[in-house]
Design a protein. Structure first.
Length: 260
């Protein structure tokens, strides 16, 4: 079974950089890392291929400056190869522009039985890319998967809901977005890290994918970011001095907040 996993490479959340006041987008000129949200999709794909007894996991990513650091992490986990789309004309791409590019990259990756994504990325989090990819590829889409089982030519998904989960089944190939916690992502081993250095990364531009530059980037963006603002600082916390009765004060405080 061949599984394609979309993996976004994002600025390190521990050092996220800054917003560009002119374009109102996140500066992405530093090193990018594998979005933790996507490590669940990679792990799920590796487990499904193992369970099927054959096949491989291919990664697909769109990122500036030929960035491969995040891809190498996912290759070290066990993915076989990657397609990276990097092109100056992609700057300013909105979610639909990104989806158009990823859909073409998925086709380039070869015949996939299943396409996995995260539910939403950690930096953009529109949560719209997976469904747009499915529409562009004319494939069924299942969202919020907390468990995935492949059964012959169909996929069975437990789809997370507010009150529990729905059992959903659909034919393959399909696009499935997974929730965080669907599986426990493995840590890349030293052997995996060394092997990842020589795994193939097919770096392509818009011309290679047959994507019209006018339909993506700033030129093709249908979304506009009208305003950006700094997030409010957290309100000061309450310090409870322990005079021997601190537990009671904390319980009272939690009761007042209707937490207990
Ligand atoms: C007007 C405008 C201009 C923008 N300009 C830029 C820009 O110049 N540079 C820039 O980087 N961003 C830019 N953005 C942000 C960019 O459009 C989004 O980050 C991108 O479309 C993906 O959306 P998301 O992160 O909300 O995806 P979501 O829908 O939240 O992502 C869901 C899942 O889809 C997959 N996915 C999403 N994006 C990628 C990716 N790139 N590669 C592989 N898998 C992916 C991942 O599995 C992810 O978890 C711009 C946005 C707007 C509105």
């Amino acid at each position: 079974m061949n599984v394609v996993v979309c993996v976004k490479q994002i600025p390190d959340p521990a050092d996220p950089g800054a917003l560009d006041p002119n374009t109102k987008t996140l500066k992405r000129d530093g090193k990018l890392i594998l979005d933790e949200s996507d490590s669940y999709g990679v792990e799920m794909a590796l487990q499904l291929v193992d369970a099927a007894g054959g096949g491989e996991v291919t990664l697909v990513s769109m990122a500036p400056n030929g960035e491969t650091a995040g891809l190498r992490t996912a290759l070290a986990m066990g993915a076989a190869k990657a397609v990276l789309v990097s092109d100056d004309a992609l700057q300013g791409s909105d979610a639909l522009g990104t989806s158009k590019v990823l859909a073409k990259a998925i086709e380039r990756a070869g015949q996939a039985d299943l396409i996995l994504t995260a539910t939403e990325s950690s930096d953009g989090y529109t949560g719209t890319v997976p469904e747009q990819i499915a529409e562009l590829l004319s494939l069924p889409s299942v969202t919020f998967a907390k468990s995935i089982t492949v059964d012959g030519s169909s996929v069975k998904v437990q789809r997370q809901t507010e009150s529990g989960y729905d059992d959903v089944e659909c034919p393959l190939p399909a696009v499935v977005s997974v929730t965080a916690g669907v599986v426990e992502p493995r840590y890349p081993s030293f052997k995996g890290i060394m092997a990842a250095k020589s795994k193939p990364v097919d770096q392509v531009g818009l011309g290679d994918l047959g994507v019209d530059a006018g339909s993506v980037g700033w030129a093709g963006a249908g979304q506009e970011i009208v305003e950006i603002a700094t997030a409010e600082a957290r309100a000061a916390s309450t310090v409870v001095e322990d005079d021997g009765e601190a537990f009671q004060k904390i319980v009272d405080m939690l009761a007042e907040l209707k937490i207990v």
